[in-house]
Design a protein around this ligand. Structure first.
Ligand code: 6PG
Length: 245
């Protein structure tokens, strides 16, 4: 766990780790497969990655990019995680389009079909069939104020999933935005080689404290599912989020 002074330093550190892990994975196996987080917290990190020294140091053509969760809105909608990541990061780096694997939101498909197709895309890039679970080189996660991560919300059926890689889920009432989501499921999160959790801001301090104190309370605090993964998880907090620790 690392505590950085403020969101700028947090984002810089996150970008440094991303670049270091990408270099190592590409050197070892020729590829770096990553699932990115949505929401506000990682925006600065994505922006830092488009600047030097990162933009030219990183071998973008050897990186496959997936999305930890997506909101069921068109891919050019302001609430779309793909839209946010595309605007801030993907349009500004030399990454081939075939390396980018958004959740394919098609209006004539029902949400569960969209999740099934996303699972197929993931399986085809990893070249593995059920029941095998892909091992991402890195999954980046955030934490909602209610303790959710990706779109695995408190008391969600997604917490019980053991086989499917992606599910369509309805967020609790009052979640903003309130649209349906597609989320990666616990089995794939727990099988990642590395996870990086970014938590910033005083408003997250109390919940983060609870997650760290109650690693078995996964039904109420979904992010706590990763607490058992030890040093496969890198927690990056800013000093505000760390205040409740
Ligand atoms: C999303 C996410 C979600 C996010 C947390 C934290 O689509 O909203 O992927 O899990 O990481 O809600 O969001 P903030 O960084 O905006 O607080």
């Amino acid at each position: 766990m690392e505590v950085l002074q403020d969101p700028d330093k947090l984002s810089l550190r996150a970008a440094e780790l991303f670049a270091t892990w990408a270099d190592a994975s590409i050197k070892d196996r020729g590829i770096f497969k990553v699932a990115l987080a949505g929401g506000n917290t990682p925006k600065k990190m994505y922006s830092v990655l488009t600047n030097e020294p990162f933009s030219s140091r990183i071998q973008w053509d050897k990186i496959d990019i997936f999305f930890g969760d997506e909101r069921l809105v068109p891919l050019n909608h302001p609430d779309s995680n793909f839209h946010m990541i595309n605007e801030i990061l993907l349009q500004n780096i030399p990454i081939p389009k075939v390396n980018i694997h958004p959740v394919s939101i098609v209006s004539d498909k029902n949400p569960q079909e969209i999740a099934v197709n996303y699972e197929k895309d993931i399986r085809s890039v990893f070249n593995i069939a059920p029941p095998d679970i892909p091992a991402f080189d890195l999954i980046i996660l955030g934490m909602g104020k209610d303790g959710h991560t990706a779109s695995i919300f408190p008391h969600s059926k997604a917490l019980m999933e053991t086989k499917l890689l992606a599910l369509a889920v309805e967020p609790p009432l009052n979640t903003v935005p309130g649209c349906l989501r597609i989320t990666l499921t616990p089995p794939i999160l727990l099988n990642a080689k590395r996870l990086m959790v970014l938590v910033s801001g005083l408003e997250k301090a109390e919940m983060l404290h609870k997650v760290l104190q109650e690693p078995n309370n996964t039904d109420e605090l979904p992010l706590s599912i990763i607490c058992s993964l030890g040093d496969r998880v890198t927690w990056l907090l800013d000093s505000f989020a760390a205040r409740g620790k």
